[in-house]
Design a binder for this molecule. Structure first.
Ligand code: HEM
Length: 511
């Protein structure tokens, strides 16, 4: 319907409960049939009938509410222009500190090229259009990612891209802007940070996180066989799902304490796997499990296909069941010996090889999520009026914001520097020199998340504890930031790793 041009006088005459218009940001809304459906009730709407309710509206709602209810809009006011701009898919946020420095027009970066910028635009548009709507829905109802979204990501080579740089990207033209051979860890940082903007922590892991940390091990460590090719192709095409199954009720970060056993058959052709795994992300729907097992003289990693001998049960955690977190039982699963990754009893190397990239991705993600929380706080402080003035006018609030911004900016700068180092090191050099720094960064980033979540809830008050409405992102972050502090290695373990690795390079002589 074409929008009308109206006058303030005309609006003023629609001031009754059953004939209720109001003005928000120079636009006229007919709320006559909306009063009963309004989550804030009809009384408040009757109080503003026929008036300009812009200030009252922005004190309680985000602009996105208006986009959702656009059909209530009758038209604009004669000679007036709306001030608030509707963000389009792929747009950068105009809020200060809502984007990392390299994306803000005033700043330069030694790290990012046009290729990173082009990828950023494409991934953001994809996430805004195709991922965020589903992420929000699934986060709420706890159901799993749709095959349609998986297929769309596969068709655009996004599943392959999400594994990080490597030979699996050869010959691909990612989202039509980056050749697979060019894709480096800065591109990787970009794509991880863009996906996080969906603000749905459970779904974020539900969106193939299991594949991202397990298929890499298959690619790197499984001997080249037709079976491997078949598995890899099916997973990258989104037809089959894979996850990593290491942690157990008996052992979390302590891989040496695992109790799942893999016993080799007399003829050496298969293993019999028996044991349980806990907190297995995506385990509920996976066809393949990359499993850490005790073998005769050590620890080995096997690719195990789902069968009647594999049972998965849903674990409810503090984030959405959209992540498909499972308790897995292997009850005498028979696994062909060719499914061994790396060498028997040398599985520690297989698991360790995955960790750096997994922790790097987690650092990228939690640092970006912290930034989204800062953005939410800045927007809220700028629009919320208490004790007769905006929250941002309170010095105590500005102190909190300064602390939050400083955490985010310093972590992002450290992260970019590490991504640059990764892009200029061989795999062996990365393992030698970057395991410690990546561990320290992830550990520090989640300590920052702790501070930021705490301050953000204090700023948002009750809304920071409410799953719908303006504090939704803050509530979700406060409830879920601990996933980043625990998954992929707990804070203390990673901090310790950082110092121990540094000491390996300490000169022998006393200094
Ligand atoms: C086009 C007009 C409006 C629409 C579409 C609308 C929609 C909504 C929605 C979707 C919510 C749920 C919370 C959220 O998602 O943010 C809400 C809450 C609320 N709205 Fe509105 N609203 C409108 C106008 C107004 C106006 C003009 C007022 C006040 C004068 C108002 C007062 C409230 C209150 C008090 C709440 C509860 C807020 C809370 O619990 O924090 N609304 N509204």
């Amino acid at each position: 319907m074409a929008l009308a041009t109206l006058t303030r006088e005309a609006v003023a005459s629609h001031n009754a409960p059953d004939d209720l218009w109001c003005i928000i940001d120079h636009k006229v809304y007919d709320l006559s049939d909306f009063t009963d459906a309004h989550p804030g009730g009809s009384v408040v709407l009757e109080q503003v009938a026929g008036t300009d309710a812009t200030a009252a509206f922005y004190n309680l709602h985000r602009h996105e509410v208006l986009s959702r209810y656009g059909d209530l809009c009758l038209g604009t006011l004669e000679g007036e222009t709306p001030e608030v701009v509707d963000p389009q898919p792929g747009d950068l946020s105009p809020v200060p500190y809502a984007e990392p420095l390299w994306l803000r027009p005033q700043f330069k970066s030694p790290y990012f090229s046009d290729s990173h910028r082009a990828l950023r635009r494409k991934v953001r548009a994809f996430v805004d259009e195709h991922v965020t709507p589903e992420a929000q829905e699934k986060e709420k109802d706890g159901s799993y990612i749709s095959q349609a979204l998986i297929d769309r990501m596969a068709a655009n080579d996004i599943l392959a891209m999400r594994l990080g740089p490597g030979p699996h990207l050869r010959g691909k033209h990612l989202l039509g802007v980056v050749r697979g051979e060019e894709f480096d860890y800065l591109h990787d940082l970009v794509q991880v940070q863009e996906f996080v903007r969906s603000n749905a922590r459970g779904f974020q892991d539900g969106n193939m996180a299991g594949m991202m940390i397990s298929l890499t091990a298959v690619l790197q460590w499984m001997p080249e066989t037709p079976f491997k090719q078949q598995v890899v192709q099916a997973v990258l095409a989104g037809k089959k799902k894979m996850c990593l199954a290491i942690t157990e009720a008996f052992a979390g970060s302590d891989v040496a304490g695992l109790r799942t056993t893999a016993t080799k058959s007399q003829d050496g052709k298969s293993y019999l796997v028996r044991g349980t795994k806990k907190w297995i992300t995506n385990g509920m729907w996976c066809d393949y499990f990359v499993v850490g097992c005790k073998t005769e003289k050590g620890f080995s990693v096997l690719l195990i296909e789902r069968s009647d001998a594999v049972e998965t049960k849903l674990i409810k955690t503090s984030y959405s069941t959209a992540a498909g977190t499972a308790f897995v039982e292997f009850n005498d699963a028979v696994v062909p010996a060719e499914n061994l990754l790396g060498q028997e009893d040398k599985g520690f190397a297989v698991i360790m090889s995955n960790f750096n990239h997994e922790r790097f991705m987690m650092a990228c993600a939690v640092i970006r999520q912290c930034r989204s929380v800062v953005e939410e706080c800045l927007k809220w402080c700028n629009q919320r009026i208490v004790f007769g003035k905006k929250l941002i006018e309170q010095p105590a609030i500005r102190q909190k914001l300064a602390k939050m911004i400083s955490h985010v900016e310093s972590n992002q700068a450290w992260l970019e520097s590490i991504a640059y180092q990764m892009s200029h090191m061989s795999y062996e050099e990365q393992s030698k020199h970057l395991g410690g720094p990546i561990g320290l960064l992830k550990s520090h980033a989640t300590r920052s998340a702790h501070e930021i979540a705490d301050e953000a809830v204090n700023i948002f008050g009750g809304r920071g504890l409410t799953q719908s409405g303006m504090g939704r992102v803050v509530e979700m972050f406060h409830r879920t930031y601990k996933f980043d502090a625990i998954l992929g290695g707990a804070e203390e373990i990673l901090a310790d790793l950082g110092v121990r690795q540094a000491m390996k390079g300490f000169p022998k002589a006393m200094l």
